[in-house]
Write a protein that binds this ligand. Structure first.
Ligand code: NAD
Length: 290
């Protein structure tokens, strides 16, 4: 397939490289990042999408996506699909989808889960919102870059799925970390705590697969001095998006709001920037109730 790829950073570069390895014809554009091997560099975003059947964007946020989409849409071929894989606010995803439809294009919001490791290994999960026909067109590319792709519904549904998932993740990670810190203070061995909770009703992905306690459970960033993994500031970004969406939709999300506040303090005031989001455990460990 002829693919345009805009935004070749930590995630975009390995995703584009996997498309090239699978035999797709990829032209890329990024304001800073170098082109991965096999990706033909264009001198502008519009130049990268000429003649492309699918254009993938992997950008930092919704404001940048809106700017880039405004440049891309007039340059794309009628009937082509604009597939944004960034994590952005639902409103930006829907606005871009409307502009694309008005120009005779199809749009998908298809954020990913799986991080840089999943992007390199081609094992991402895609959660997509937009027309069924657009999903079917892009599906062979999702199958190269990932292991699973779920069509979640209309425009914005992919971003909705992503921020709801990550709101659960942020809340369960904090709950798991505070419970470990409480267990410490009660004199309960961490391994015993893991053995019980990971097989009891307190289990979750945060406990069972990504245990925040070093030396306990499967290998995780906790075993590597809390080097990310999934950085605390990226978790904060997603929690803020969930709260922005909850405000827009008048949804009551008190646990999500508190998780956003705790990660904000952690990243901005408590030295958490650059650490994995599971480093909430050493944070709680050092604190008392005051
Ligand atoms: P990144 O900052 O490494 O990459 C973004 C790239 O976009 C950069 O190379 C930047 O130069 C480029 N860019 C910025 N403005 C541009 C423009 N106007 N035109 C062209 N290129 C432009 O970020 P990343 O880690 O690759 O994340 C990308 C997206 O994926 C984000 O929305 C992020 O939330 C999401 N995401 C990241 C992870 C992760 O673990 N890194 C996991 C899941 C989702």
């Amino acid at each position: 397939m002829k693919v345009g790829f805009i935004g070749l950073g930590n995630m975009g570069a390995p995703m584009a490289a996997n498309l090239v390895k699978a035999g797709h014809d990829v032209t890329g554009y990024d304001v800073h990042a170098p082109m991965p091997e096999g990706v033909v560099g264009a001198i502008s975003a519009a130049g990268a999408v000429k003649g492309a059947e699918v254009v993938i964007t992997m950008l930092p946020n919704g404001a940048i996506l809106r700017d880039v989409a405004a440049e891309l849409i007039p340059a794309m071929e009628k009937g082509a699909v604009l597939c944004d894989c960034s994590t952005v606010d639902v409103a930006s995803a829907r606005a871009v989808a409307e502009q694309a439809a008005a120009a005779g294009l199809m749009a998908l919001d298809a954020p990913v889960s799986g991080g840089v490791g999943g992007a390199a290994a081609g094992t991402l999960t895609f959660m997509a919102g937009g027309p069924e026909a657009a999903f079917e067109t892009v599906k062979p590319l999702f199958d190269v870059m990932g292991r699973k792709a779920v069509h979640c519904g209309g425009a914005g549904a992919g971003q909705a799925a992503k921020i709801c998932n990550n709101m659960i993740l942020g809340v369960t990670m904090i709950a798991t970390c505070e419970a470990f810190a409480l267990a410490d203070k009660l004199g309960l061995d961490r391994q015993k705590m893991f053995d019980v909770v990971s097989t009891s009703s307190g289990q979750s992905w945060s406990m069972n697969t990504y245990c925040p306690a070093p030396g306990v459970g499967p290998q995780s960033p906790a075993d590597n001095d809390y080097k990310p993994g999934f950085a605390a500031e990226l978790m904060l970004k997603d929690l803020r998006l969930s709260q922005e969406a909850a405000e827009g939709a008048d949804a009551d999300t008190p646990m999500g709001a508190l998780a956003a506040l705790l990660y904000e303090r952690f990243v901005e005031d408590e030295g958490g920037r650059g650490l994995d989001f599971s480093a909430m455990l050493p944070r709680f460990e050092k604190r008392g109730r005051g």
